[in-house]
Write a protein that binds this ligand. Structure first.
Ligand code: ADP
Ligand code: MG
Length: 371
């Protein structure tokens, strides 16, 4: 097995963002990848999750305890509440994942855990659990970038269905979630080039905030999608921030435009046409996400496109990608799009196979950038 390249000898400043690119090993050919069964642990935000995955593809078990009902009363994730809930749930979820896979800890080859990005207090719970397991069992410990894990959910999906082909490199990756909107070019396994990201709100965050403005329930994505089904996407002419010359995104102007329209209507004592507003907002987000992704895929001569993260569950977004025939677009199903630990174990397998081993002194990286 090829050992991982050593870290850069230059001392890093405090709080430095260590990108996996800087420590990425040379990719192994698929035939050279060894077998490996990985226990994955995820606690970066508001899902407590554990899973066992074989060879980065076969999900032997996957458990997710969502805290969404707990946070709904706050209209968003309440960090302190999230970490306390992770502490309550983590042990039983990890035990459950092993039981569901009919395995003991000695039957797995490594423990992979989300190291970042995410909420510091939440990340620490999963990290400490993983360290405890590694220390107690002698298993290797592997810290995983949560965004890299979202990417690897596509390989799990391809393995689930024989009709699906695996993503091909160069691969244009769009990650759209509650906390992230990232455009990344993947040139091979574990090789990332970050092209752009949101300058303000993440796409999912915009869905959540606009839902709140419209009096729709949390999380906003599904409720906006549902409301939009009965609305006209051309009812309101909302702005699209194309940010030409860059691969960045911005959704705060769109959010403010919705707020302004809502206030204008309310000042006239008229009811807000919620389905029309939801449909117009959704159309504006989808236009920009799909338009820029296709343009980037052409510019960088990508073979395929991969869309991951919670917002990729959006039906209008999926339909817009399906409507074009230039690129094969990989979008994992909802169960793999929203936060889960199978994707952590999936990415963990590739890191394990390429020789990554982390020490017990590993700390969480709440602002870890991919690429
Ligand atoms: P994070 O972990 O960064 O919070 P997730 O990957 O868990 O993100 O995804 C959650 C986000 O996805 C939320 O912002 C939610 O509103 C959004 N989302 C979920 N389903 C949909 C949908 N059908 N349409 C649009 N957004 C959605
Ligand atoms: Mg989440």
């Amino acid at each position: 097995m090829t050992p991982a390249k050593p870290h850069s000898p230059a001392p890093l400043p405090p709080n430095a963002l260590i990108s996996p690119l800087s420590t990425s090993p040379a990719p192994l050919s698929p035939e050279a990848l060894p077998a490996g069964r990985i226990l994955g642990i995820e606690t970066s935000c508001d899902e407590t999750a554990a899973a066992v995955v074989e060879n980065g593809r076969l999900i032997l078990s996957s458990l997710v305890a969502s805290q969404v009902d707990l946070h709904a009363q706050y209209g968003g994730v309440f960090p302190e509440v999230a970490s306390r809930q992770h502490i309550r749930t983590i042990s039983s979820i990890v035990e459950g994942a092993l039981q569901q896979a009919h395995l003991n800890l000695r039957d797995v080859d490594a423990v992979a855990v989300t190291r970042g990005p995410g909420l510091p207090g939440s990340l620490v719970v999963g990290m400490n659990m993983a360290k405890g397991l590694a220390l107690g069992s002698g298993l290797p410990l592997i810290g995983i970038n949560h965004l890299e894990a979202h990417v690897y959910s596509a390989w799990l999906h391809a393995a689930e269905s024989p009709a699906l082909a695996e993503p091909r490199f160069p691969l244009l990756v769009l990650i759209v979630s509650g906390g992230h909107t990232e455009m990344i070019l993947m040139t091979g396994h574990l090789q990332y080039r970050r092209l752009g990201a949101t300058l303000d709100d993440a796409a999912g965050e915009a869905f959540d905030k606009v839902a709140r403005m419209l009096g729709l329930s949390y999380p906003g994505g599904p409720s906006i999608q549902k409301s939009a089904e009965g609305g006209n996407p051309r009812a309101f002419d909302l702005p699209r921030a194309w940010l030409d010359e860059t691969w960045n995104f911005s959704f705060s102007g769109l959010k403010t435009a919705v707020l302004r329209e809502v206030r204008r209507i309310q000042e006239r004592n008229r009811p807000v046409p919620v389905p029309d507003m939801a449909a117009s907002f959704q159309a504006a987000v989808v236009d920009v996400l799909v338009g820029k992704t296709l343009r980037a895929a052409e510019t960088f001569e990508a073979k395929d496109i991969l869309v991951a993260g919670g917002v990729s569950a959006n039906q209008a977004l999926r339909e817009a990608f399906a409507a074009q025939k230039r690129f094969r677009v990989h979008i994992p199903p909802l169960s793999l799009c929203t936060d889960n630990a199978a994707m952590i174990a999936g990415a963990g397998y590739y890191r394990f196979a390429h020789g990554q081993r982390d020490g017990l002194e590993m700390d969480v990286l709440p602002n870890w950038v991919l690429g």
